[in-house]
Design a protein around this ligand. Structure first.
Ligand code: HEC
Ligand code: HEC
Ligand code: HEC
Length: 122
């Protein structure tokens, strides 16, 4: 019996390890929910360098006070950012550069991956 529990724990740890590795692969998140208005404004979809931010801030800084932990689940727009919400909590010329340099965020050249309703990887 004891060995079964041990085996179970081992499996549990292995799953966590695999999930961890799988996660790092898509460290960057493409945001293009508002693609139509972005095209109108002449900017590309946003490439959010998740990993870049994750090594600088604890998850708790952003999740879930600023961003719900699921791609596409946040209604981000430029008005809100300029008003100091979402990315603008930091990209305000104080903690990080102001949201005036469009192309630094709107830098994604490829297609926008589809949005799924699947819950985010934990
Ligand atoms: C600087 C802010 C920030 C930090 C720090 C941060 N994240 Fe995120 N995270 C985001 C944003 C922005 C999104 C995308 C939200 C959206 O699409 O609306 C996101 C999305 C996610 C998702 C969902 C991905 C998907 O494909 O649905 C997961 C999981 C996640 N973050 C985990 C973490 C973990 C774990 C940490 C800490 C190691 C972390 N995040 C730190 C901003 C951050
Ligand atoms: C918790 C604070 C915080 C939030 C929230 C945040 N950022 Fe940042 N971001 C930073 C800091 C700090 C830097 C580094 C600034 C510097 O180097 O001067 C940075 C840098 C960046 C860079 C440049 C990365 C590089 O390789 O130099 C991009 C692009 C970026 N952020 C996009 C975003 C987007 C898009 C969002 C919202 C989805 C966002 N950030 C939200 C703090 C934040
Ligand atoms: C700090 C990062 C950042 C910067 C800088 C930035 N944006 Fe955005 N922008 C975003 C994010 C994140 C979204 C929401 C993406 C999504 O979920 O589809 C967005 C959405 C948009 C949208 C669609 C939604 C809306 O508000 O109409 C437009 C248009 C837009 N940005 C234009 C601009 C322009 C023009 C600039 C330069 C003046 C700019 N952005 C600078 C991060 C940024």
């Amino acid at each position: 019996m004891k060995s079964k529990i041990f085996l179970g724990m081992l499996l549990f740890v292995a799953v966590i390890a695999v999930a961890g590795i799988g996660y790092a692969e898509y460290g960057d998140i493409v945001l293009g929910k508002k693609l139509e208005s972005m095209e109108k404004a002449g900017v590309k979809p946003v490439m959010f360098p998740h990993w870049f931010h994750r090594i600088r801030f604890k998850c708790k800084v952003c999740h879930e006070d600023i961003f719900v932990l699921q791609r596409g689940a946040n209604d981000i727009n430029m008005m809100a950012i300029m008003n100091g919400e979402f990315c603008g909590k930091c990209h305000n010329g104080n903690i990080a550069w102001e949201p005036l340099y469009c192309d630094r965020c709107h830098s994604w050249d490829g297609p926008v991956p589809p949005y799924t309703a699947a819950p985010a990887a934990k």
